[in-house]
Design a protein around this ligand. Structure first.
Ligand SMILES: Nc1nc2c(ncn2[C@@H]2O[C@H](COP(=O)(O)OP(=O)(O)OP(=O)(O)O)[C@@H](O)[C@H]2O)c(=O)[nH]1
Length: 329
């Protein structure tokens, strides 16, 4: 039984009413690792779930310096101009190490962050990518319940966070620099395969010819890949986030994507599959936490690990040994 029924009901009311303070408080609650908070968070999520799901969920990735914040600011302002409410969330598992986060820097998206119709939330800190991703997923549901029409989930273009983002959004956008060839080789094929749209940013001034060449190369590269959807071939677009050029075309393509994939039932199907897979990630994450938290494991871990390091026992044997300790009532 939760201790704070009244408080949760108030938060739900505030969220339904579109109050950003209630939304921010709710996100802080779901980010908490305290077990009594978790109970409250679960209750809150249960109540807001029927109000969620109405937004378009877009993942945005790209290497540092590609212009993610400039793009999100320009794109977000464009959407607000069209009457939409825009929420920006982030997944940055490195925020733990650097002590900051990709959205923690106040100078990023300065104009967007001042808009009543925008909500920007930095990446939660977390020990694992799974933990960070879970809290971002839940924050996304809260933003939807609060009436945001477009949810942008930003991630740095390195490591495995793209996969985590792709697993929680309807559409994945990859921002690239106006340099083909070498860079194309440097981008992991797997990441290109996740993209529903590739956007070559900085297509302006001296960089415009290079952007054209890069766009043609990416177009050719995507043509060689098998599209993951029968109803959508990944597109290549160019833009200048700095000069607000090409942004409307990108939004039109996103709208086309949304219409096609809703009509063909692909987005609803994808969300159902994602929900089941979130459940499994949650199980894995929680089991691992419970495992590491168990005092008996804590006691045995160092010894068993050193036995693996010295080659005294096989890793699988060590794992079984520890699991037996964990499972012992
Ligand atoms: N010429 C040009 N420069 C741009 C454009 N978009 C961003 N930039 C510049 O590229 C640099 C990086 O932009 P950011 O938006 O900070 O890039 P980011 O990918 O968010 O980088 P991090 O904040 O480090 O993750 C800045 O100096 C921007 O002014 C563009 O469309 N054209």
């Amino acid at each position: 039984m939760t201790k704070d029924k009244g408080k949760i009901d108030k938060l739900v009311e505030g969220i339904a009413d579109g109050q950003r303070r209630a939304l921010a408080q709710a996100i802080t609650l779901i980010e908490s690792t305290r077990s009594d908070h978790r109970e409250d968070a679960d209750r809150l999520l249960e109540q807001i779930l029927p109000m969620s799901g109405k937004s378009i969920r877009i993942g945005i990735s790209g290497v540092p310096g590609v212009g993610k914040s400039t793009f999100i600011e320009s794109f977000g302002m464009h959407l607000i101009g069209k009457g939409f409410r825009v929420a920006v969330l982030a997944i940055d598992p490195s925020s733990q190490r650097t002590g900051g986060s990709i959205l923690g820097d106040k100078t990023r998206m300065e104009i967007l962050s001042r808009q009543e119709a925008a909500f920007i939330r930095p990446s939660p800190a977390g020990t694992t990518l799974g933990g960070v991703a879970r809290r971002t997923r839940e924050a996304m549901l809260l933003c939807e319940a609060s009436g945001f029409d477009v949810i942008l989930i930003e991630t740095v273009g390195v490591g495995q966070s793209e996969t985590a983002v792709a697993e929680m959004v309807d559409m994945f956008l990859l921002l690239l620099l106006p340099s083909g060839g070498d860079e194309l080789q440097g981008i992991k094929k797997g990441i290109m395969e996740l993209a529903d749209m590739v956007v070559v940013n900085k297509a302006d001034g001296d960089l415009a010819p290079a952007a054209n060449r890069a766009a043609a190369e990416y177009h050719a590269a995507l043509g060689l890949m098998r599209p993951s959807s029968p109803n959508w071939k990944p597109r290549v677009k160019k833009c200048s986030a700095l000069n607000n050029e090409g942004i409307d075309e990108i939004w039109s393509a996103i709208e086309e994507f949304r219409t096609k994939l809703w009509e063909s039932n692909e987005i609803p199907d994808k969300r159902v599959k994602q929900a089941v897979s979130w459940m499994w990630s949650e199980i894995k994450e929680s089991l691992l936490l419970a495992f590491k938290d168990k005092p008996e494991i804590d006691k045995a871990l160092e010894k068993v690990e050193s036995e693996v390091i010295s080659g005294k026992i096989a890793p699988a044997t060590a794992a079984r040994k520890l699991l037996n300790i964990f499972l012992k009532p």
